[in-house]
Design a protein. Structure first.
Length: 251
C-alpha cells in the first residue's frame, strides 16, 4: 500500500465528521448487479466505515479492513474489523462481495486483480466506487485555486493508469476489462450535489491526502487563505463513479 495512504489516521475524526457518506442508491446498484444473495462482504481500506455502514444495514456480514487503527476505531463495534493493508490480507477466506470505497488507488498495482479474484467466490462481485468532491461554482473554484497556488497546484489524484478524463471508461474499469479473472465490467455514475458551510468545506479539505502531506504550518496557512475567499456556504459536486465486475465462475 502507498505510504501516502497512511496519512489519514491523523485526521480520522475529521474524516468521520466532514466526509459525505454513501447513499442507499449505491447499495441498490451493487446488489442488483450481483443478482444473487450477498451474505458476506469484504471492504478494502474501510477508513471510518462510511461504506461499511451502508452494506451492513442490508444485513450483510461485512469484514472491514484498514491498515490504520485510528480509522478503524470509528467502524461500528458490531462489524468485524481487521487491521491490515489489502496486500497483507490472509488468503483462504472468500466473500460474495469485495468492495473498495475511494481506496483502490492506494493498493499496490502488481497483482492487484489476482488478489481481488482470490478473495471472491466464483461469480462474486467486485465494486469500486468514489470520486472527488469539487466546488460547483467556477468563480469560487478560481478563487480557491489562486489562494493555494503558491503551496499546492492541485489536490486531486490523477488516474492511476493515465486514462484521460475524456475517455468513456475510466479507471479502474479500464484495467478490469483487461484482467483475466473478471467479466461483465460496468461503469455507472450517481450524481450528487451537496451544500455545506465554508468551515465544513475546509474541514473536508483537511481529510484530503494532498493537504495532509503538507507540513502543518503550511497546511494551516493554506486553509486560512482558502477560507478567506469562500462565501458563507458552498455547493459541491460529489458524484460517485461506480465500477462493477464479476469474478469468472471458475475455481
Amino acid at each position: 500500500m502507498s505510504e501516502r495512504a497512511l496519512v489519514f489516521g491523523a485526521a480520522a475524526d475529521a474524516y468521520e465528521r466532514f466526509r459525505p457518506g454513501y447513499p442507499e442508491e449505491l447499495a441498490d446498484l451493487v446488489l442488483a448487479y450481483a443478482d444473487r444473495p450477498v451474505r458476506t462482504a469484504l471492504e478494502i481500506g474501510a477508513g471510518t466505515g462510511k461504506a461499511t455502514r451502508l452494506f451492513a444495514r442490508r444485513g450483510i456480514a461485512v469484514t472491514a479492513t484498514d491498515p490504520d487503527p485510528a480509522m478503524l476505531a470509528h467502524v461500528p463495534a458490531d462489524v468485524r474489523r481487521v487491521r491490515a493493508a489489502f496486500e497483507d490480507l490472509p488468503a483462504g477466506e472468500r466473500y460474495d462481495l469485495v468492495y473498495a470505497a475511494a481506496s483502490l488507488h492506494w493498493t499496490r498495482p502488481q497483482g492487484r486483480y489476482e488478489r481481488l479474484a482470490a478473495l471472491l467466490t466464483p461469480g462474486g462481485v467486485f465494486a469500486s466506487f468514489g470520486g472527488p468532491t469539487r466546488l460547483a461554482d467556477p468563480a469560487v473554484v478560481e478563487a480557491v485555486d489562486a489562494a493555494r497556488a503558491a503551496y499546492l497546484v492541485s489536490d486531486e489524484i490523477p488516474s492511476p493508469d493515465g486514462t484521460s478524463p475524456q475517455e468513456e471508461m475510466q479507471w479502474p474499469g479500464t484495467e478490469l476489462r483487461r484482467a483475466e479473472w473478471f467479466t461483465d465490467v460496468r461503469q455507472s455514475v450517481i450524481e450528487r450535489r451537496i451544500t455545506m458551510g465554508a468551515d465544513d468545506y475546509v474541514g473536508l479539505l483537511s481529510t484530503v491526502s494532498a493537504y495532509l502531506e503538507l507540513p502543518p504550518p503550511r497546511r494551516d496557512l493554506v486553509f486560512r487563505r482558502i477560507r478567506d475567499v469562500l462565501p458563507p456556504t458552498v455547493e459541491v459536486t460529489a458524484d460517485i463513479t461506480v465500477h462493477l465486475a464479476r469474478r469468472l465462475p471458475r475455481s
